[in-house]
Ligand binder design. Structure first.
Ligand SMILES: [Zn+2]
Length: 234
């Protein structure tokens, strides 16, 4: 069997900042080969071939490829906001996300490829999440008497939040997609870890003094990961 026949389908993405070739496998983009802009295209099949075992194994792990689409609507349930998204081609080099009238979001840039749009929207989400979650966590910490040392907001794929032994709290920016009571639950849950760094009975008793329905809410929150749109997970 020839090399070409055995290769899986893949897309090539030149990136100005890439120093070397990286191969990414994900359920939203399949197999992507990110290459430095001047990389010789004819060298790519050989590279893909040399990583074939890893690619096939990873493809099995991530499951069927779902198509990444540009959103027409964004519901930020935590903020009670609904945004209509429109797209405009523009020649300036950078993708921009602009809040127009209330509820109107304009995405303009040289490319409207779903991946690029997702990158831009995720930067916007990151900013909104930070300005919402950081002061909220500070207030709750003060109110409940549970001091932490640091807070970071980032995209997390599998967790809504975490707390380290150093009492440093990390919050998932996609909490913006949860209703307020569930997001609050996550913040209080992480704050309780500054006293109990485990999920012992003691931890739950502490959490239940602030969130009487903690156990039921925990179950609801776990199921909500499916409410995060695909573009916000990339
Ligand atoms: Zn926990």
């Amino acid at each position: 069997m020839s090399q070409a026949e055995r290769l899986p389908e893949y897309s090539v993405r030149p990136n100005k900042r890439a120093r070397r070739v990286t191969i990414k496998v994900s359920s939203h983009a399949g197999v992507e080969v990110v290459v430095p802009v001047r990389f010789r295209r004819s060298d790519i099949p050989g590279l893909v071939h040399s990583k074939l075992d890893w690619i096939v194994r990873t493809l099995e792990k991530v499951g069927p490829v779902k198509e990444l689409k540009r959103p027409d609507n964004i519901q930020l349930r935590l903020l009670n906001q609904s945004w209509r998204v429109s797209y405009r081609q523009s020649s300036d080099g950078k993708l921009r996300v602009t809040e127009k009238d209330p509820g109107e979001l304009l995405v303009s840039g040289p490319s409207s490829a779903p991946q690029e749009v997702a990158d831009g929207l995720n930067q916007w989400i990151q900013k909104r999440a930070k300005e919402t979650l950081v002061p909220w966590l500070n207030n709750l910490s003060f109110e409940l008497g549970l001091p932490f040392t640091r807070v970071g907001v980032r995209r997390q794929r599998t967790k809504w939040g975490s707390c380290s032994a150093e009492k440093s709290i990390s919050l998932n920016r996609n909490l913006l997609f949860l209703p307020e009571d569930m997001a609050r639950y996550v913040l209080v849950h992480e704050l309780c870890h500054v006293r109990q760094l485990n999920h012992s009975d003691r931890f739950w008793r502490l959490l239940e003094t602030f969130e009487p329905n903690a156990r039921a809410t925990a179950v609801r929150v776990r199921k909500e990961s499916s409410s995060v749109p695909l573009w916000a997970m990339v």
